[in-house]
Design a protein around this ligand. Structure first.
Ligand code: DX5
Ligand code: ZN
Length: 232
């Protein structure tokens, strides 16, 4: 247990250049969550990706503020919270209090995305925006100047262990063209060394991986293999 309650801290400006690896806790054995978090942290995880699902925006339920609070107390790794909820604006303070360092919301359900990003920054958090495979990159044009990160979903959100959608590679390149140098481009869904390499070549620099990391008998080796493949 190395974490302690602390103020949220926007991780993205301070995490240096190069590929960042974000293991997704959704793939963990929740009966051994602390142990698996420690293995990922010891294995070099840059941030921990936390999938919040409301059974409404996506057809699955996962974890809420109480789990984030426990994870926060257990680790000092930055928590990259991906909220797949219809009413993101209602939950940001709750996840900030629970210990999130960055929150990424879906553009498909954000009425005032720029204001939401500004609220996240006012709380000291990182701000990210994400889009489902069917949503065009143009939907982001107004909010991009206000965020630290864009997350391009490379599977339909809702479940781990799905196959990578290769037709998202063009969208990744398009989004990279819309970002400034300091902004991050995260990919999420079906990421393994082969697909991480393809995404890196298209402009991604943050790689979420669930099954590929926590489904591996050697979590540290899996993280090293992703970092090698994603290095440009
Ligand atoms: C899916 C989630 C992903 C998922 C990734 O909706 O947003 O973060 O956990 O899992 P893998 O890497 O197994 O596809
Ligand atoms: Zn996710």
């Amino acid at each position: 247990m190395s974490g302690k309650a602390r103020k949220p801290s926007n991780p993205w400006p301070s995490l240096g250049g190069g590929a960042l690896i974000a293991p997704s806790l959704l793939a963990c054995d929740f009966a051994r969550l602390g142990e698996q978090i420690d293995a990922a942290a010891a294995g070099g995880a840059d941030v921990l990706h936390v999938d919040v699902m409301d059974g409404h925006l996506v057809p699955n339920l996962s974890m809420g503020p109480p789990v984030v609070k426990s994870v926060r107390r257990h680790t000092d790794r930055p928590l990259d919270v991906h909220i797949m909820v219809t009413d993101a604006a209602y939950y940001v303070e709750r996840f900030a209090e629970a210990g999130a360092d960055s929150i990424t919301f879906h553009i498909e359900v954000a009425d005032e995305p720029v204001r939401l990003a500004e609220r996240l920054h006012a709380l000291g958090l990182g701000a990210g925006v994400t889009l489902k495979p069917g949503t065009p990159a143009e939907a982001l044009k107004d909010v991009i100047p206000a965020v630290d990160l864009v997350l391009v979903m490379t599977v339909e959100p809702g479940y781990g262990g799905q196959a990578f959608m290769h037709d998202m590679l063009d969208k990744i390149a398009q989004v990279r063209g819309m970002l400034t140098a300091g902004q991050r481009l995260e990919v999420d869904g079906g990421i393994n060394p082969e697909t991480a390499g393809l995404c890196a070549a298209s402009g991604a620099d943050v790689f979420v991986a669930g099954e590929n990391v926590f489904g591996s008998p050697d979590i540290a080796a899996a993280i090293r293999a992703l970092r090698r493949a994603a290095a440009r």
